[in-house]
Design a binder for this molecule. Structure first.
Ligand SMILES: [Zn+2]
Ligand SMILES: [Zn+2]
Length: 88
């Protein structure tokens, strides 16, 4: 069994406003398609999921050092930490 991982980044969550509510900020700039969207809870960056070609949510998390995203899909409110690789 994997050990239980506890996310230590909850203090990086801010009251954010989605910067590009219409889609992935990076895909929009590059003209790329995406599958699902994730919202950075530190700065409001909207990025695409790991099933998308760009994986911009993950790239943003590591490039900007913003660990936690929330699903930006309708009806979903789960959160994921890219540093601890766990739901939070
Ligand atoms: Zn993207
Ligand atoms: Zn961010």
């Amino acid at each position: 069994m994997r050990p239980v991982v506890v996310c230590t980044h909850l203090d990086q969550i801010r009251p954010v406003v989605p910067r590009t509510p219409q889609g992935c900020e990076d895909c929009l700039a590059l003209g790329m398609p995406w599958v699902h969207l994730r919202l950075c809870l530190t700065c409001g960056h909207v990025g695409c999921c790991d099933a998308s070609p760009g994986r911009h949510a993950r790239r943003h998390a590591h490039a900007a050092g913003h660990p936690i995203v929330q699903s930006f899909e309708a009806g979903e409110d789960w959160r994921w930490c890219f540093i601890d690789e766990t739901y939070v």
